[in-house]
Design a protein around this ligand. Structure first.
Ligand SMILES: [Zn+2]
Length: 111
């Protein structure tokens, strides 16, 4: 998984019933994601519930983007740059060896 390295903020859409997750960097990709919600006819309170739930989901997505370094460092699926492709013994490491963290050829842990 690649680290997108994008910091974001949440903003309500000006034209739609949706929360937008937008990049904070000037010149970067502006809209990263959208969390739409349904407007329920004749029920302001039901619409407010939908809106609040959508905001929670937008906050979660936003949190993931803004903490991508920590999240990726704590998952087994690290960025490709962090994973060694070749063992000290010269064997090309496959996905299984990367997963178990040991070179099958020389039985040494992958550093
Ligand atoms: Zn090895």
């Amino acid at each position: 998984m690649e680290n997108p390295n994008i910091k974001v903020q949440i903003k309500h859409s000006e034209s739609k019933t949706a929360w937008n997750i937008i990049g904070t960097k000037l010149g970067g990709k502006y809209k990263i994601a959208r969390v739409p919600y349904i407007e329920i006819a004749n029920s302001k309170s039901c619409t407010e519930i939908q809106k609040a739930e959508a905001l929670k989901h937008a906050e979660f997505i936003s949190f993931c983007f803004n903490h991508s370094d920590i999240i990726l460092a704590n998952t087994s699926e690290k960025t490709d740059q962090n994973v060694k492709l070749v063992c000290e013994c010269g064997k090309k490491l496959d996905l299984f060896e990367k997963h178990i963290g040991i070179c099958i050829e020389c039985k040494k842990p992958i550093k």
